[in-house]
Design a protein around this ligand. Structure first.
Ligand SMILES: CC(C)(COP(=O)(O)OP(=O)(O)OC[C@H]1O[C@@H](n2cnc3c(N)ncnc32)[C@H](O)[C@@H]1OP(=O)(O)O)[C@@H](O)C(=O)NCCC(=O)NCCS
Length: 111
């Protein structure tokens, strides 16, 4: 309940998606921080990366979160994933680290 997402299309072809899911302490992903902070997942099809689609998906998802009154979004990412630069650029901050994977949180109200 309350999960939401966005899909990028090129004409009628889906080329990427990003979504936020709410979890609880008993069952969650690597980026879990609390039950009222949904976890972000994002992916762009392999042949279409580096064209700006991921940034559009991410900013669209953040806009949707704001409209829904969602205060914060979390995620987990491997430290060497180039996506870290994108997350930092839109305002995510590292709050903890599991193995070598930062957990990052965005305050949607100030992003
Ligand atoms: C992460 C992902 C969604 C980014 O989508 P994308 O469409 O490739 O990203 P964009 O083209 O919008 O790039 C946005 C920013 O990401 C960073 N970035 C993305 N790919 C990069 C790469 N190969 N090298 C360096 N920086 C990169 C850059 O900071 C870029 O900023 P810029 O617009 O100033 O150049 C996409 O690469 C992907 O699906 N990767 C595989 C799945 C994955 O790792 N998901 C995230 C798990 S946490």
């Amino acid at each position: 309940s309350g999960d939401f997402g966005v899909v990028a299309h090129d004409d009628d072809v889906p080329v990427g998606a990003a979504w936020c899911r709410f979890f609880d302490a008993g069952s969650h992903g690597y980026g879990f921080v609390s039950a009222d902070v949904p976890e972000l997942t994002i992916g762009v099809v392999a042949g279409r990366r580096g064209e700006g689609i991921g940034r559009v998906l991410l900013t669209g998802l953040i806009d949707e979160a704001r409209q829904r009154g969602v205060a914060s979004i979390s995620l987990s990412v491997e430290a060497d994933n180039p996506a870290v630069a994108l997350y930092l650029d839109v305002g995510f901050v590292e709050v903890s680290r599991v193995a070598d994977s930062p957990t990052m949180v965005l305050d949607c109200r100030t992003a």
